[in-house]
Every structure is written in structure tokens, then in C-alpha cells.
Design a protein around this ligand. Structure first.
Ligand code: AMP
Length: 441
């Protein structure tokens, strides 16, 4: 299978060759012809599958050929959950569209509206936006959506998780009914299906990875460890190869900051990326990590979602995510494009229940290996009563793109009152309840 055979224009083929892409990934092979034919598309694909090019290439082709207009209204709108993802899509569009005359601009929160308004006034073909800020522009009438021919909903599942449904509905209602709609999602929960039913016309479906599956090149390993010793174990793992770029996931923003401080004090070069950081700080952390100035990037789920870091050999879950699907998203950062990857999770007894959920979801074995010197004081239990940190499922994160003002962190110390675990722990001798585990402190 070649890019030529998918019907892409020579200018795009040239750009792809310059990117070093030799053949389409499965999602590209499945989606590009369907999109070029003008159908609506419902695509199941997670980050790392090449999904961005799967919509960006046919979109660029459409923009450069069909219906050139003299107006300066945008003709395509890409909605995506995070600023990082928006910036990354923008970079990809520029790279793929290098030999075409198609312009694009990003619109996201956390930065001033002025330059965005100016870019819109000058006129752009493609707008890449996060929903919250886009609604702000709609309210201020600084954006005219009446010329939109193609709508892309990227990472639709995550946008819904983040509480963007009302904004999405509002935006979509403001678009012309006559348009092409492309929806990409890693998972297809019923809300996504209903969004598709409401806003799409006879969509074709393309699915390259069964929902919730992960790259087969990724191996999974768990190091059981007491919560109070997690930081030391992390340091131990990291110091085995201190030059290796490692992405570490923390469940909370506060936890991420604490961990970075601890790693820095221990002589590692680390940075955090999460929603309470300014846009500048996030961009800097990411570019420092990419350039190797920083070797450990500690991220929360939402901040890490979709960031494009090529082929990391290892991703470490310092905390397991509260929602098993997030594990799949997290480890999408490793084992990409056929390279081997390791997803290593440091799991305390209190997180046993979360591990159990993940094992069920993956339907794949996870090796559980104790590290000498870090043995768990009571074994993980993976039965129906397995404990889990006391914390509801993910807090609704309405409008997370906003300035972050109130840094509410309701579960920075979620493990300390391990309610869910109490009956499950039974008569085990555990650390005195109420003492804050050092790992979270
Ligand atoms: P995405 O799933 O869109 O985040 O893409 C994941 C990574 O794969 C990005 O770094 C892309 O640049 C890269 N990529 C996308 N398509 C191809 C391709 N056909 N060949 C090689 N790399 C690709």
C-alpha cells in the first residue's frame, strides 16, 4: 500500500516523502480514501496510530482543490481537547501542507485572544481549536463559522470526558448543516455514538485497533511497592539509565509538582506538565523534554493526552489512573510505530482494584515483579474486593482550558484515607491509617 494509491495530490506526496513517511499506517489507508470521497467518517483510533495525518491529508487536499472561495471565512474546523494537541495538529498541517497554499490558525485558551482575532481577521482556511475558547470567540463574534465545509472532532471521547459536550453542541449547531464531519475517538462509549447519530450523515466507519486495545509491541510490567516507598523506587528505576527519556504519569497536578521537586533534589533533570501550568511553561517543558535537556517529564493524564513524543522506550505510571481507559491512553506514548516499548507501573496495595480493572480491559497479561529492597508489606489483591483509592471517578473537568485560576486538587492525598480498601484489607497489618504516604506528600 502506498500513499499514491490513496489518491493524494503530488504536493502532499512530496511533503510526506520529506517527512520520511514511506507508507500509510492502517488508519490512514482506511480513512483517507473515504474522506476524499466526501463521506462522513467515524474512526476508532488512538494517538500513535497516525490518526492526525488520516484527517489532515484529505483535509488539505480538499482545501487546496475544491471550491476555492474569495471570502476569508474559515472552511474547516478541527476541534481537539487540549492546547498541546491543537498546537501539534497545527504543526502537522504545516508540515504536510508545505507545498500547498492553505493557511491555518490555532485558537485555544490560556493565551490572549488578540493575536487569534487578528489571525481570523486576516483570514485562514483551517481553524484548530479547543472548544472553550472557540465558544468565547463565537460570543464575541470574532469568528464566522458559516463557511465551514469540514468539521473534525479529534479525540472526541476525551472532549466529552473533559465536560465539553455543551460547548460542542453549541459549536456544531452554529455550523452549516451541509458539511463533512469526521469524528476520531479512541473509544466508542454510547455518548460518542449518540453524538455521531445527532450530528453526522451516514458515516462510514473505520476501525484499526479494536476499542481499548494497545500496541502489541508494548510490554506491561508492575512493580508492587508500598505507597510510602514509591518515590524511592521511581528514583531507583530512573537511575538505572539516567540518560533515557522517560515519561512519568501522576494522577494529580499537585503530585506531579511534588515529584518533580523530589527528582530534582535527587539530581535528575525533570519537569512537570499539567493544566495548572501556564501555556509557556507547558511548551517549555515539552520542548526541553524533546530536546533532551530534561530527561523525566512528569505529566497528568489530561496534559499528556495526545502530546507527540516519538517512540519513548518506557512510560512509567507513578500512580495508576482512576479510569482504566486512561491507562491505554497513557501507554500510547510508548511502543509506537512498531518500536518496542515498556509500560511500567508502580502499584501500591491501595491501587490493587485499579490494576484489576486495567488487566480486565487489556485482556493481556501484566508481569508483576517485585524489586528487591522494595517488597510490598502486604500483597496486591486482585479479587473482587481489591481495594482502590477513595476517590470518585475522574472529576468532571469543565472548561479545563481556562486559565487554571483555582487549583483545586481534591485528591492530592487520595490514598491517605483508603476507605475502599478498609474492609478489603481486613486484618492486615498496614501502616497506621491517616498517616500520609510519603509518595504523595
Ligand atoms: P498521531 O497518531 O497522529 O499522533 O501520529 C503518531 C506519530 O506517527 C507522529 O509522530 C506522526 O508524525 C507519525 N506518523 C504518522 N503517519 C506516519 C506514517 N505514515 N509513517 C511514519 N510515521 C507516521
Amino acid at each position: 500500500m502506498s500513499f499514491e494509491s490513496l489518491g493524494l495530490a503530488p504536493a502532499l506526496l512530496r511533503a510526506l516523502a520529506e517527512q520520511g513517511y514511506t507508507e500509510p499506517t492502517p488508519i490512514q489507508a482506511g480513512a483517507i480514501p473515504v474522506v476524499l470521497e466526501g463521506h462522513d467518517l467515524l474512526a476508532a483510533a488512538q494517538t500513535g496510530t497516525g490518526k492526525t495525518a488520516a484527517f489532515a491529508l484529505p483535509l488539505l487536499q480538499h482545501m487546496s482543490t475544491a471550491g476555492q472561495t474569495m471570502t476569508r471565512r474559515p472552511r474547516a474546523l478541527i476541534l481537539t481537547p487540549t492546547r498541546e494537541l491543537a498546537a501539534q495538529i497545527h504543526d502537522n498541517l504545516r508540515a504536510y501542507g508545505k507545498h500547498l497554499r492553505v493557511s491555518s490558525a490555532t485558537i485555544f485558551g490560556g493565551v490572549s485572544m488578540g493575536p487569534q482575532i487578528q489571525a481570523l481577521r486576516r483570514g485562514v482556511d483551517i481553524v484548530i481549536a479547543t472548544p472553550g475558547r472557540l465558544v468565547d470567540h463565537m460570543q464575541q463574534r470574532t469568528l464566522d463559522l458559516s463557511g465551514i465545509e469540514v468539521l473534525v472532532l479529534d479525540e472526541a471521547d476525551r472532549m466529552l470526558d473533559m465536560g465539553f459536550l455543551p460547548s460542542l453542541k453549541r459549536i456544531i449547531s452554529a455550523l452549516p448543516k451541509q458539511r463533512q464531519t469526521l469524528l476520531f475517538s479512541a473509544t466508542f462509549a454510547s455518548e460518542i455514538k449518540s453524538l455521531a447519530m445527532q450530528f453526522m450523515h451516514a458515516p462510514r466507519e473505520v476501525s484499526v485497533t479494536p476499542a481499548n486495545s494497545v500496541a502489541t509491541t508494548v510490554s506491561h510490567e508492575v512493580h508492587p511497592v508500598d505507597a510510602s516507598r514509591k518515590r524511592d523506587l521511581l528514583l531507583h528505576v530512573l537511575s538505572q539509565d539516567s540518560r533515557r527519556q522517560t515519561l512519568v504519569f501522576s494522577r494529580t497536578k499537585h503530585g506531579a509538582d511534588k515529584l518533580v521537586k523530589y527528582l530534582e533534589q535527587s539530581g535528575m533533570r525533570a519537569a512537570a506538565i499539567h493544566g495548572n501550568k501556564s501555556q509557556n511553561a507547558r511548551t517549555r517543558a515539552l520542548s526541553d523534554f524533546k530536546s533532551g535537556r530534561v530527561t523525566v517529564l512528569v505529566a497528568t493524564d489530561i496534559a499528556a493526552r495526545g502530546i507527540d513524543i516519538d517512540q519513548l522506550p518506557i512510560v512509567i505510571n507513578f500512580d495508576l489512573p482512576m479510569v482504566a481507559e486512561d491507562y491505554v491512553h497513557r501507554i500510547g506514548r510508548t511502543g509506537r510505530a512498531g518500536a518496542d516499548g515498556l509500560a511500567l507501573s508502580l502499584v501500591s496495595h491501595e491501587e490493587s482494584g485499579l490494576l484489576r480493572d486495567i488487566r480486565k480491559l487489556l485482556a493481556q497479561d501484566i508481569a508483576i515483579n517485585e524489586v528487591p529492597g522494595f517488597e510490598l508489606s502486604s500483597p496486591l489483591r486482585l479479587d473482587a474486593h481489591a481495594p482502590r483509592p477513595k476517590q470518585g471517578p475522574r472529576q468532571p473537568q469543565a472548561r479545563p482550558q481556562r486559565q487554571g485560576g483555582a487549583s483545586h486538587r481534591p485528591h492530592a492525598h487520595a490514598q491517605q484515607n483508603n476507605g475502599g480498601g478498609e474492609h478489603a484489607l481486613g486484618n492486615r497489618k498496614r501502616r497506621p491509617r491517616g498517616r500520609r504516604p510519603a509518595a504523595k506528600a
